[in-house]
Write a new protein. Structure first.
Ligand SMILES: *Cc1c(COP(=O)(O)O)cnc(C)c1O
Length: 390
C-alpha cells in the first residue's frame, strides 16, 4: 500500500557504510536504515550468525525454552542493569508491552483509569496505542478514537511534570525518549532524566524509557540513560538491536519484574532463535570492537566539524548531537535536501521538517565522516544561498 513515498533508487547490496544501487552506483550511508544498521551492511559476524542459526533452527515458539533467547536476555540485563526481558518483533510492539506493563501496574495498585505521561513531539510507533502515545498530530489524524490514558507534557520541562503530579492521582508512569529522534534530535538538559527519576520515585510511577533509537551504543553509551546515574523501571529497544533482523525488546528492572505473569502478554515470533542469535552477535561485535567508544569519538568529530562550519551561519538555528545522533536545524523546512544528497551519493534524512538528521553506522571511519561533513556542508551552504529554490 502507499504508506511511503520512496525515493527513486533501489539498493542491491551493501558493505560497511556503503550501499550500491541497481545501476552499480555507490552511496555512503549516513542514516543506517534509520538507526538500524549500527554495524553497517553485510557485517561478516552478523551474516555468519544468521547463516549458522538458519541452518540449525529458526523457530520453535515460546511454548518451549529457547537458549538463544535466554543468552540474549542475560547479555541485555548485564549491559543495562535491568532484570527481565520480553522480546517482540518491532519497536512499536516493545512499547505496547511497556504500555501494558504500566496499565497492569496501575490495575494492581487499584488506580482507576491509569494514565501515562507522554511528551510533545515524541515518537513511539504506529500501532493504535503507540500512535496515541506519540506527540505528533500528523501520526494520529484520521485514526480517532485514540487509545485513552495518556497525559501530554512538553519535553524537557520538569515543572510541567510536577504540575501534572499535583493535579492528577491516576498517573502510573512516564514514557519518554532520552533524546527525541523523529522529533528532531532534541537533547534534554543533562539532569532531566535524574529529575524524572526523582519525581517517579516520589509518586510511585514507573520511569519508562523508549531507547528504540538511542540504544545499542548510538549515543556513546550502550543505553542513553547511562549518561545519567539512574536506572529506569522499563526500557524499550528495537532498531539497532538486530542490525536489520526484526527484533524488539522491553526490559524491566527488579522493581517491575513481577508485573507480567504467564498469560498477560505474548508473541508468536518474539524471541525466536534466529533473531536472538543475531542480536547476540550484534552485541558481541559492538563490545569486541569498542564501537560505543567509536560512537563517542566519531560523534564528537562530526559535531565539532558541523558546529565550526555551520552553527554561525544565518539560516542555521542549531547544530546538536549526542554520540552518533546528530541534528542540524535550519530556520526553514529543508526536506528537499534528502534528494539533493542522494544525487551526491549520500544518504541522509530530514525530520520534523527542518532538521537534517544523521545516524551513521557506529563503524564509520574518519575518512567517511569527512565525506559526510563535506557533502552536508556544501548542501546546506548552497541551500541557504538560494532559499527561493526550495
Ligand atoms: C522507530 C521508533 C519506534 C518505532 O519502532 P518500529 O520498529 O518502527 O515499530 C518507536 N520509538 C522510537 C523512539 C523510534 O525511533
Amino acid at each position: 500500500m502507499q504508506t511511503y513515498a520512496p525515493l527513486d533508487v533501489t539498493f542491491e547490496h551493501g558493505e560497511g557504510a556503503y550501499l550500491w544501487d541497481s545501476n552499480g552506483e555507490k552511496y555512503l550511508d549516513a542514516l543506517g536504515g534509520i538507526a538500524v544498521c549500527g554495524l553497517g551492511h553485510a557485517h561478516p559476524a552478523v551474516t555468519q550468525t544468521i547463516c549458522e542459526q538458519a541452518s540449525k533452527l529458526l523457530h520453535t515458539s515460546n511454548l518451549y525454552h529457547i537458549d538463544r533467547q535466554q543468552k540474549l536476555a542475560d547479555q541485555l540485563c548485564e549491559l543495562s542493569g535491568l532484570s527481565r526481558v520480553f522480546f517482540s518483533n518491532s519497536g512499536a510492539e516493545a512499547n505496547e508491552a511497556a504500555i501494558k506493563i504500566a496499565r497492569l501496574y496501575g490495575s494492581k495498585n487499584k488506580v482507576k483509569d491509569p494514565a501515562i505521561i507522554v511528551m510533545d513531539n515524541s515518537f513511539h510507533g504506529r500501532t493504535m496505542a503507540t500512535l496515541s502515545a506519540t506527540g505528533n498530530r500528523k501520526v494520529q489524524a484520521g485514526f480517532e478514537p485514540l487509545v485513552q490514558g495518556f497525559i501530554r507534557a512538553p519535553f524537557n520541562d520538569v515543572d510541567a511534570i510536577k504540575n501534572i503530579a499535583d493535579n492528577n492521582s491516576n498517573v502510573v508512569a512516564i514514557l519518554v525518549e532520552p533524546v527525541q529522534g523523529e522529533g528532531g534530535i532534541q537533547i534534554p538538559d543533562r539532569d532531566y532524566l535524574n529529575q524524572l527519576r526523582e519525581i517517579c520515585d516520589q509518586n510511585n510511577w514507573l520511569l519508562m524509557l523508549d531507547e528504540i533509537q538511542t540504544g545499542m551504543g548510538r549515543t556513546g553509551q550502550w543505553f542513553a540513560f547511562q549518561h545519567n546515574d539512574i536506572l529506569p523501571d522499563v526500557m524499550t529497544l528495537a532498531k539497532a538491536l538486530g542490525n536489520g533482523v526484526p527484533i524488539g525488546a522491553c526490559l524491566v528492572s527488579e522493581s517491575a519484574a513481577d508485573i507480567f505473569q504467564p498469560g498477560n502478554h505474548g508473541s508468536t515470533f518474539g524471541g525466536n532463535p534466529l533473531c536472538c542469535a543475531t542480536a547476540s552477535a550484534v552485541i558481541d561485535t559492538i563490545a569486541d570492537n569498542s564501537l560505543v567508544d567509536s560512537a563517542v569519538q566519531m560523534g564528537q568529530y562530526l559535531l565539532n566539524a558541523f558546529t565550526g562550519k555551520l552553527a554561525s551561519l544565518d539560516g542555521v538555528r542549531e547544530v546538536r548531537g549526542l554520540g552518533l545522533m546528530i541534528g542540524i536545524e535550519l530556520e526553514e523546512d529543508c526536506g528537499d535536501l534528502v534528494a539533493q544528497a542522494l544525487d551526491k551519493k549520500l544518504l541522509i534524512n530530514v525530520t520534523a521538517g527542518n532538521v537534517i538528521r544523521l545516524l551513521p553506522p557506529l563503524i564509520i571511519s574518519q575518512q567517511q565522516a569527512d565525506t559526510i561533513i563535506e557533502t552536508v556542508c556544501e548542501l546546506v551552504t548552497n541551500r541557504l544561498q538560494q532559499p527561493a529554490a526550495a
